[in-house]
Design a protein around this ligand. Structure first.
Ligand SMILES: Cc1cc2nc3c(=O)[nH]c(=O)nc-3n(C[C@H](O)[C@H](O)[C@H](O)COP(=O)(O)OP(=O)(O)OC[C@H]3O[C@@H](n4cnc5c(N)ncnc54)[C@H](O)[C@@H]3O)c2cc1C
Length: 403
């Protein structure tokens, strides 16, 4: 019997990779809940920061771009850089792409992945939460944001209990419906797009919202497309040589020194609100710049956030709830479906898998794409448009080595 390739994940990267592998004629089994990060872990009413041109899932078959979906679904007004995509439209696009190109998707969880034997070439044994086990010749991990929400230590203690708990502090990914904060006071910690958009949406839903941002003047917004410098090359993220190089030439990225790679992943395309959010945000949200957030604790009337001001004073800010929009951090140790022997043998760099050509990890046959590949292939892997570079190369390498 021919062993299939297992793709774990049905978000943009998993679906795009699966489409490429299928087009090469490889038997593939794909697992996951399609577009669940977008449906359940981002706010309702959100608009995408990426432009329509940078929001397609890559595949070798023509006719499956976001524009093709919009034409098929009768959705207009998403053609230019100044057009903004509602998250609901993007979810509809991802689900349509899945039905067309990955119809055999299995909506089950992979519970564990272990080497199938001592020899590297024997493949991997996967256990599913349906109770089934099988052996795959190769595994692609495309689990994206799942399980990687990052709460800094100073906020983590007050968020104990995780997404199911009604604690005083939560991570932004635990919320889809922000109307739950209507009528109350909300503090949002962070200065990235997720923080600023969560704050604006909660304020529009009727909450009194304050963003607490670390650093002076940290809350900032990008320039609209028509104000971007014309003499610099265009990239999916705006006009700049650095953005162009990171978008279209991520190959040499993995040869940069480790500190540079990690710095660029955090900082390039880092905390900056989308141009179209500025007016809505400034009309409805207060900003408090602080030097540091020192901690959060449950008080009598709600959480108390302790901060150090730029003047060196310690202040206590109160609210009914604190949302930490503090992003995601890749850590192989948090990927609990990878068996202990794999996790201990994987070469990592600050917790992220170290990947070679074709997105293969140090364990032959085990591939990573999307966010976990960002420290090897650069910040473009954090965005949907990264599928254009990643998916054909991963599929090509895998077909060559395990086809
Ligand atoms: C608030 C917010 C806004 C964003 N806006 C944009 C934007 O405008 N444009 C952009 O390009 N990017 C944006 N991003 C980044 C975007 O989320 C990622 O680029 C994209 O979702 C990554 O896709 P993915 O396929 O790697 O993972 P995900 O979309 O996170 O999908 C993960 C998949 O893995 C599956 N899975 C996880 N564990 C298992 C398991 N054990 N077994 C089986 N399946 C499993 C899940 O069911 C799911 O199908 C945003 C992110 C956030 C947080």
């Amino acid at each position: 019997m021919i062993r299939p390739v297992a793709v774990i994940g049905a978000g943009p990267f998993g679906l795009s990779t699966a489409a490429h592998l299928r087009a090469r004629g490889l038997p593939v089994r794909v697992f996951g809940d399609p577009m669940v990060s977008w449906r359940a872990h981002m706010p309702e009413g959100m608009l995408l920061k990426s432009t329509p041109a940078a929001s397609s899932l890559d595949c070798p078959q023509p006719g499956h771009t976001l524009a093709d979906y919009c034409a098929a679904a009768g959705i207009r007004g998403l053609a230019g850089d100044e057009d903004v995509i509602p998250v609901e439209t993007f979810i509809g696009y991802g689900e349509w792409f899945q039905r067309q190109l990955v119809p055999e998707l299995e909506r089950v969880r992979v519970v564990s992945v272990e080497p199938a034997g001592r020899d590297a070439g024997r493949g991997f044994e996967l256990k599913l939460d349906s109770g089934e086990s099988f052996v795959a010749r190769a595994v692609v991990v495309a689990t994206g944001l799942s399980g990687l929400a990052h709460l800094p230590a100073e906020l983590a203690a007050a968020a104990e209990g995780g997404p199911e708990a009604e604690g005083p502090v939560s991570h932004s990914s635990w919320h889809h419906d922000l109307t739950r904060f209507a009528g109350g006071e909300l503090i949002v910690v962070g200065a990235g797009q997720s923080a600023l958009e969560t704050a604006a949406l909660a304020a529009e839903a009727g909450a009194r919202v304050r963003v607490v941002a670390r650093g002076r003047g940290r809350v900032a917004f990008g320039a609209p497309p028509w104000e971007q410098p014309r003499l610099r090359p265009e990239s999916p993220f705006g006009r700049a040589w650095s953005l162009w190089a990171l978008s279209y030439c991520p190959h040499p990225y993995r040869f940069l020194p480790e500190p540079t790679r990690h710095f660029l992943v955090r900082r390039v395309l880092g905390p900056l609100g989308a141009w179209w959010l500025r007016e809505r945000f400034e009309a409805a949200v207060q900003v408090t710049d602080v030097e540091r957030v020192l901690g959060a604790a449950a008080g009598d009337g709600g959480p108390v956030l302790t901060v150090r001001t730029h003047g060196g004073r310690t202040e206590r800010l109160t609210a009914d709830h604190v949302v930490a929009a503090t992003g995601y951090r890749v850590d192989v140790a948090a990927m609990d479906f990878l068996g202990p022997s794999l996790r201990t043998h994987l070469a990592t760099s600050r917790g992220a898998p170290r990947l070679g050509a074709g997105y293969v990890s140090s364990v032959p046959g085990l591939y990573f794409t999307g966010l976990p590949a960002a420290s090897s292939y650069g910040p473009v892997m954090r965005f949907v448009c990264g599928t254009e570079f990643a998916s054909p190369r991963l599929a090509g390498h895998l077909a060559g080595a395990h086809g």
